[in-house]
Design a protein around this ligand. Structure first.
Ligand code: SF4
Ligand code: SF4
Length: 201
């Protein structure tokens, strides 16, 4: 009895050693898979996340006036597999460590992550598009330092192709011009003797 009272007294002095939640803050590991979140700045509406979601938890629907689309994640259907995050080409999809998902049965259809995303006009032809995220454009066009990623990312795919094709044509024209100039220079630099021998041969 004395030993028991000793332990009891010591525990009362030390306080609880278990997680204080819900009476206090709890520890959440940084990489814990909680709620899926979409960054509207990075999403281009490609639909990859919707296609890879085995739980069918993602919906992407165009707006009635075609001015954009909405992307919705049904949290009650999401099984936190993280495939959407893995396959999202722009890094728009992430999984936060916010695990607070308890809700009343009547609120089950309100447990969603939803972003309404607007299209923007292509800076050349005006077609409505989602601009490429800057980081992605910088990666794709890193081979061409003269091309401004910020300019190219605001073009629609068709205008981007045209821009690429025109630049390629300009570069090849410059290359062939440089080759002709080089051979003309080489001919001029030939010694007079060898030029005469060529003329009299
Ligand atoms: S979240 Fe990513 S994968 Fe899903 S539509 Fe947007 S860009 Fe595409
Ligand atoms: S984590 Fe898995 S189940 Fe949840 S939305 Fe992403 S792909 Fe679907």
């Amino acid at each position: 009895m004395a030993a028991f009272l000793k332990v009891l007294f010591r525990n009362l002095l030390d306080g609880p050693s278990t997680d204080p939640f819900p009476l206090g803050e709890t520890f959440t590991p940084e990489r814990l898979r909680g709620k899926c979140v979409v960054d509207p700045e990075l999403c281009v509406g490609c639909g990859v996340c919707k296609n890879v979601c085995a739980a069918g938890a993602i919906d992407i629907s165009p707006k009635a006036d075609n001015s954009g689309y909405s992307i919705t994640i049904w949290r009650n259907s999401c099984c936190l597999c993280a495939s959407c995050r893995h396959y999202c080409p722009t890094g728009a999809m992430s999984i936060s460590n916010d695990w607070h998902s308890a809700h009343k049965q009547t609120e089950k259809f309100d447990c969603i992550e939803q972003q309404n995303i607007e299209y923007e006009p292509c800076s050349k032809c005006g077609t409505l598009i989602r601009p490429l995220p800057l980081k992605l454009a910088q990666k794709i066009y890193a081979h061409d330092p003269e091309l401004s990623p910020d300019f190219i990312r605001h073009l629609c795919p068709k205008c981007r192709q045209m821009e690429d094709a025109m630049r390629a044509a300009r570069i090849s024209k410059q290359d062939s011009g440089a080759k002709i100039a080089d051979s003309a220079q080489a001919a001029l630099n030939q010694p007079a003797e060898s030029q005469n021998s060529v003329q009299t041969a």
